[in-house]
Write a protein that binds this ligand. Structure first.
Ligand code: DOR
Length: 459
């Protein structure tokens, strides 16, 4: 589908690669799909002049060039829910959002709970994917929480972690065993922390809005009780646990203390939990009706929670930002709030909404990029290979305009999931081009054609 660029030169951009401490204006040369050099300007060097004559060129002047984003958490829905998303549409949306590697959760139908299911998934990925997809395998058979999967078989089939995400592993005994096995396999368990006895039937955050509207709330404790349990079990088993979509101040504090104690825990926060509060559920524009697109699990919380999450990004308690891209079909959301599905389609707005935090001075651009590149790579033990522009690695590169203003329009989404509370919102910060595995997989339509010598129709 995409022609491999034998030589591709990205020149004149501000190269930020937190994995190597690079932040300088310069050039990147990609040869046969791998990074040959990233950093100081090479465009003038006589030794390269013969090669550069043959290179496709991309003018990144005024733009930021960084390693391709790594997403630890997304839902591609295939197999089983192709009305919501497919591997083809989901990875196109990922490329549009600057992601070159995405880890897909196992809540498909059938779930990814056997080596055979992973093998089939890999065949679909090889056929349809525009970016690298790393599958997560289930902790329990059928994600039912009753019986462990054959975790060694899943590991052998190539899963990068185990998770029943979408649901927690309710039984502490099963989680204990899952952690023990995952430790011996050298892979993390990713847990969706939710005590269903506390959250049961809840649809929004338990707080001011739930009190005012009478809608059933999900208390912070529903998450925190499970985070605490997982940390205790991780200590007991010496396993590596990764806490998915952290949403509360209390969870951040628990993880902070566990890290201080030396427990092997990592954590992620989503763009929506870092930027939106429970207020988003009220659709001001539509006569204060409820916005089902802001219904997500865990729910959007409060300013105090956002503050703690941002602080956690700064001090390392929150290792990575992960989208939890959860696309749904129109019918899953065009209904009353109680019946609506949980989830936000997140790939295509992630960078734009996170840049809001940079523009507000909450976090530096370099730190933000580290949370989207080398830090998530570390969580899955792929540092030095993913989320880096080191010479020799496969070329995964994202080109950004941190100041470009644009208005989100879900009709333009590559994702089938149009479910986002950001629809119609003006963002400042846009992905301009994405190079995955040495191939250009996305170029923003607004990039002047003079900026690239590429034939657009091939992209
Ligand atoms: O909002 C959510 N949607 N949270 C999850 O944990 C699962 C996800 C989904 O699969 O739709």
């Amino acid at each position: 589908m995409n022609r491999e660029a034998t030589f591709l030169l990205i020149y004149g951009g501000r190269i930020i690669d937190p994995s190597q401490g690079i932040d300088q204006v310069g050039d990147i040369l990609i040869v046969e799909g791998s990074i040959a050099q990233a950093g100081s300007p090479i465009i003038q060097r006589p030794s390269f002049s013969a090669m550069l004559g043959k290179a496709q060129q991309l003018d990144a002047t005024g733009l930021v060039v960084c390693p391709g984003f790594v997403d630890l958490h997304c839902h591609l829905r295939e197999p089983g829910f192709e009305d919501k998303e497919t591997i083809a549409t989901g990875t196109k949306a990922a490329a549009t959002g600057g992601f070159t590697t995405v880890c897909c959760m196992a809540n498909t139908e059938p779930p990814l709970d056997t080596a055979a299911a992973i093998d089939q998934m890999r065949q679909r990925i090889d056929k349809d994917s525009l970016v690298a997809v790393l599958p997560v395998g289930c902790v329990t058979k059928g994600r039912k929480g009753k019986e462990l999967t054959v975790m060694a078989g899943l590991a052998e089939a190539g899963v990068i972690a185990f998770s029943d995400d979408g649901d927690p592993v309710a039984s502490s005994q099963i989680m204990r065993h899952a952690m023990s096995y995952s430790r011996s396999l050298g892979l993390p368990v990713i847990d969706h922390c939710e005590d269903k006895a506390l959250s049961g039937g809840g649809i929004i955050n338990e707080g001011r809005i739930s009190t005012e509207t009478g809608l059933k709330g999900i208390p912070a404790a529903a998450e925190e009780v499970m985070v605490a349990r997982d940390l205790i079990l991780a200590k007991m088993t010496e396993a590596r646990v990764h806490i998915a979509h952290v949403s509360t101040k209390g969870s951040v504090e628990l993880i902070r203390r566990a890290k201080e104690e030396g427990i092997s825990v990592t954590a992620e926060a989503t763009p929506h939990h870092l930027t939106l509060t429970e207020e988003s559920i009220i659709d001001e524009a539509r006569n204060k009706s409820f916005d089902t697109n802001a219904k997500v699990n865990p729910p959007l919380r409060t300013e105090a929670d956002i503050e703690a999450l941002i602080k956690g990004l700064g001090n390392g308690v929150i290792d990575a930002i992960a989208t939890d891209h959860a696309p749904h079909a129109v019918g899953d959301k065009s209904c009353d709030l109680k019946s609506a599905a949980f989830g936000i389609s997140g790939f295509e707005t992630a960078f734009g909404c996170l840049m809001g935090l940079v523009h507000q001075g909450e976090i530096s651009l370099v730190r933000l990029l580290s949370k989207l590149t080398c830090e998530p790579a570390k969580v899955i033990g792929r540092e030095g290979e993913l989320g880096t522009l080191k010479a020799g690695v496969l070329a995964n590169v994202t080109i950004l305009d941190p100041d470009r203003e644009w208005i989100v329009n879900t009709r333009d989404f590559a994702s089938k999931g149009k479910n986002t509370p950001y629809d119609g919102v003006k963002l400042r910060g846009k992905v301009m081009a994405t190079i995955a595995d040495g191939k250009i997989v996305y170029v923003d339509g607004s990039l002047p054609s003079s900026a690239t010598s590429l034939e657009r129709k091939r992209i």
